[in-house]
Design a protein around this ligand. Structure first.
Ligand code: TMP
Length: 236
């Protein structure tokens, strides 16, 4: 597999073309941002951890019947993925109140919901990723009604699989963000990443935050939190 020209550089990853027109290579960076890029920093080793964790999660999800973009890990930071066009929606599932949900509705963090919630943000940095509903997404032609139905079903399934899995690692899955992509054939598959950047993960016994909130909120021990999650996932 040959890495050709860079297609795109995002806040946490670069995407490259390859000599196979159906495949891309993603390269995970240590750069960290928060609040739509207003806060910038580096989390040493994050790219390696997020690459390994994403691939671990995607393979687990594939085994449970969720189609993903994962093809093959190439190196510590690089992975071959299926070429998709990203549906410009950030799909957020929550099991427990935290972050923008707690702020928006004026409630404490840590309230356990009877059922998971789902919400969408329009993936648009210039607008600050505004909250959007299904009808707005359809009006803006970001996705069709069928695609939104598929995305919702897949997102809840991902939640069931991940919640049960993290439970075995003594970790509470509080909430997370997913992105979906469309293949050339028009199939919706899970894309982007699943990492401490995109999930809230709390230690089940102590409630200690083991995710990017340590960076967002200046809680310290950021690298250690990412390493601890990797250790629980892989034993390393
Ligand atoms: P929020 O509470 O700030 O809306 O975040 C919900 C979840 O989504 C949390 O697990 C962090 C993740 N997330 C991202 O992956 N990217 C983002 O840009 C934001 C704002 C949140």
């Amino acid at each position: 597999m040959k890495k050709l020209e860079q297609l795109y550089e995002g806040k946490a990853k670069k995407v490259f073309k390859t000599d196979d027109e159906n495949l891309y290579i993603v390269d995970y960076k240590d750069d960290a941002t928060a609040f739509n890029g207003e806060k910038k920093g580096t989390i040493a080793g994050k790219g390696v951890i997020n690459n390994i964790m994403s691939n671990h999660m995607f393979q687990l999800l594939e085994k449970q019947g969720v189609p993903t973009h994962f093809v093959e890990q190439l190196s510590e930071r690089e992975t071959v993925v299926k070429k998709v066009s990203i549906v410009p929606l950030e799909v957020i599932i929550r099991n427990i109140s935290a972050g923008s949900f707690a702020k928006r509705y004026g409630v404490n963090e840590g309230i356990v919901f009877d059922q998971p919630t789902i919400e969408f943000s329009y993936k648009n940095d210039d607008l600050g990723d505004p909250l959007i509903n299904d009808y707005h997404a359809m009006a803006l032609k970001l996705a069709t009604a069928d695609e939104i139905e598929t995305i919702k079903k897949m997102a809840f399934k991902v939640n069931e699989v991940m919640k049960a899995y993290f439970d075995t690692l003594n970790v509470t899955l509080v909430d997370f963000k997913l992105e979906f992509g469309k293949t050339a054939q028009g199939t919706i598959i899970l894309a982007d990443e699943i990492s401490p950047d995109t999930c809230r993960l709390w230690d089940k016994d102590t409630g200690e935050k083991l995710d990017k909130d340590r960076f967002r909120r200046d809680l310290g021990n950021v690298e250690e939190a990412y390493q601890e999650i990797l250790r629980r996932l892989t034993g390393k």
